[in-house]
Write a protein that binds this ligand. Sequence first.
Ligand code: ADP
Ligand code: ZN
Length: 741
Amino acid sequence: SPTIDPQGPDAKRPAARARVPVLLPLPLAQAYDYAVPEGWPVPPPGTIVAAPLGGRVLAGVVWDGPGDGSVPEAKLRPLAALLPVPPMTEALRRLIAFVARWTLAPPGAVLRMALPVPAALEAPKPRFGLVLAPGVEVGSLPKARARVAAVLTEAPVPWAAAELARAAGVGPGVVSSMRNAGLLVAVPIPEAAALPDLTTGSPPVLSPAQAEAARVLRAAVAERRPGATLLDGVTGSGKTEVYLEAVAEAVAHGRQALVLLPEIALSAQVIERFRQRFGSAPAVWHSELSTARRRDTWRAVAEGRAPIVVGARSALFLPFPDLGVIVVDEEHEAAFKQEEGVTYHARDMALVRAHLSGIPAILVSATPSLETLANVERGRHARLHLPSRHGSAGMPQVEAIDLRATPPARGQFLSPPLVAAIEEALGRGEQALLFLNRRGFAPLTLCRACGHRFQCPNCTAWLVEHRYVKRLECHHCGHAEPVPEACPACGAEGALTPVGPGVERIAAECRERFPGARIAEMSSDTIHGAHSAAHYAAMIERREVDLVIGTQLVAKGWHFPHLTLVGVVDADLGLAGGDLRAAERSFQLLHQVGGRAGRADRPGRVLLQTWAPDQRVMRALVSGDIDRFVAEEMAERQAGGWPPYGRLAALIVSAAEASVADAAALALRRAAPGRGGEGEGFRVLGPAPAPLAVLRGQHRRRLLLKASRSTDVQALLRDWLSRAEVPRAARVEVDVDPVSF
Ligand code: ADP
Ligand code: ZN
């Protein structure tokens, strides 16, 4: 009987070429298939490859599972190269897939965060250095050449030509002539692959409470025990010292440690603490790094040469081959949420990465998020608590200044009790911090003659006066214009009036009030990156500054031993607006700011200027009763079914034309899941104007999906979006678990 050819009738056809799915770092929904060129090994999932797309060649990752399979074999394009970098681990590939599913972003868009620098994927160019050619008779050389030879016999490593000449004390011509004569040869310089020595630092002697917490965390890291632990305790209670112990344990086992910080670029002091504890600096990862630094750091992480990485949220996607622990410091910070592109929350996804890697995660905060506290309550996270400030430092005394009773003078913003307290502190040679979370001179400029208000042409926002640069600026889109002499609406001259304070205006008031005081203004207008932040911090530490006036840049993380007074210029500022988390945020921020006072041996004092001293947040800050505040806030969220007791997702519709935005929002509303947007465990709210109804010239509407915790929100959203017929001129963005709205 005839044998059956499994290939079908066309038996002469060459054997099928291997095809592999490759995910490319572009907003693509799936991996594309590529042919493996003949004679190549079939690259396993995780291999980093170069693949052609259109006219380009891109770095991508051999992905798991089937590819698109739609391209007929004859048309399949071949891989261009297998790149000489360590493969992407399965844990990272699964994290990317998870983040894509969770945020409804295309997996390729998530991959882009994990392959951020194409150049990092190229093999490093070998560098060359000079050594003595074998067999050279050193004794027979003339004097200048002999000196070069002497250096090379003493230090037989590859030398750069210029350095060699300098070390030998000869001109560069001597070295090049020796090279031409074949007395010196060039050999590749090995890459600086040495692990930093992390054993020369000095751990402090821990307090009993710290030691106990450190013991528990060290054990979890040593045993690779998965699960998350909340490490909480007031500001200055020594939490950082405790988590550094967990980091040390990971490193001691030859594993890597990742510490996520909000606004890393500004945490020079934190990085310095790592250096002191471990004897050498950690690898640092954030958006301001130069391309060269990104490439080197990415490679160092991938090759296991960076034992400790301190980074902003995107460090979550670095290619650690063997992670031992993830720490999220200041876990309550909204800065961990990425608001554009892939809208992921780095704290939540850090928990996912730790889970996928089977390692412990540590969430650190003096004022934990309600999400994390709810997880503790549900028994999902463990909790370690440090009860008091380290050493002799007590908690600062917090008082509210009732602005109704003691208002500032007209056109001023510091009330008499606050002025008196600043004078006292300065008189004792101590430092004071005035906090106002608003850049610029004044948030609103209006014309006294006609009432005209300066409004951004592109956004639903006022223009903020910046007096040093003499401009009116929009803080949302970057629009800027000069401050005019006359009102553009009525032509009146000299009638433009600033309304309300920004830090520049508070600084001006202070220069008048406290003429001898040395004042430092710290905001993103004066601080550009890690360098200037460190510069300011050093000045404050050296006591070259008496009075610090700052935005939230100074609120967090800093440790200034001589700072004893914190004045909050407008404690009510964060409570305006209808945001679900306004009270929680305000409490966290003001508690953090207050925590800057009295961190060493002299007692601290915090004064809150408020028009509503009976408001819940003010009472909680004054009493210091965090637990009660949390209990009240939780009860409200639970009663309303809001997070962390329910789930939310937002759909933001935007379009250049208001009518298109409205039509798109209505189309979404019509396609809403359930009956009229209501179903088992969920409800659709809106559309309503988004909090910034016009932003960068785009009209924005918002719909909210509010659901129970057990609802599969992603499935509802996917189904919803697939059915809605949204006008093409409109854009829909999905924000699962929005942090602000
Ligand atoms: P937190 O992270 O809770 O705000 P830190 O770890 O920053 O607290 O500690 C506050 C201050 O106390 C820091 O200056 C830190 O160096 C110091 N400190 C904390 N624990 C110790 C200790 N066991 N020995 C000496 N100094 C300590
Ligand atoms: Zn604007």
